[in-house]
Ligand binder design. Sequence first.
Ligand SMILES: C[S@@+](CC[C@H](N)C(=O)[O-])C[C@H]1O[C@@H](n2cnc3c(N)ncnc32)[C@H](O)[C@@H]1O
Length: 213
Amino acid sequence: MVATRTSYDAIAESYAEVFRSELDEAPLDRALLAGFAETVLRDHPDAEVLEVGSGPGTVTAYLHSLGLDVSGIDVSPGMVEVARRAHPAVGFEVGDMAALARPAAGLSGLVAWYSFIHVPGAQRQDVLGEFYRVLRPGGHLLLAFQVGDGTLHLAEAFGSDISLDFYRLQPDAVAGLLGRAGFELTARLVKAPETTSAASRIPQGFLMARKPG
Ligand SMILES: C[S@@+](CC[C@H](N)C(=O)[O-])C[C@H]1O[C@@H](n2cnc3c(N)ncnc32)[C@H](O)[C@@H]1O
């Protein structure tokens, strides 16, 4: 976790620059986020939503533009600084998704958009348990991740020395973890590889789940 934090601190500015328009080129991603926002608002008009691992804040700001009361947390203070500067109307705080500074059952929605990909296998079940704890009954969860097996380790990015592990995940395996955490799966999508950006050249998985109640 320390390595993840210091690595993202080192690349925060460059990462934000490169991925700033990522959503503009991803109509299906925008549609999923819009569907998630509409579902949360339908079920909980007073919805409070959290994006965990919000990075430069692009996705948080997009959800905000859709009418959600949403804020972001990220383990990297450098990322939080970048997000606050780019999106002053949205709240961003430093925080760890494994131990959220939130009361139980307070949130109507939680999004982990390419951030659960940094959680080592041994911790995944506990992290999903933490998501379950902070969501209210009927609350919705949205996960986005790269589909595959094994781990991509990066020791360098944007000219900086880093140490980042990107865990590829199988939708069935994540669905199993969600079920064991108590969630009901509500949607599953796997997007075939695209050439629109380097990040989308491998399949992308999206799962939506709901805390019963
Ligand atoms: C690949 S970036 C995705 C950023 C953003 N969600 C997006 O899609 O643009 C992953 C982010 O997750 C954050 N992160 C990784 N582990 C975390 C943890 N345990 N708690 C909170 N944030 C974490 C990283 O600092 C990084 O900003």
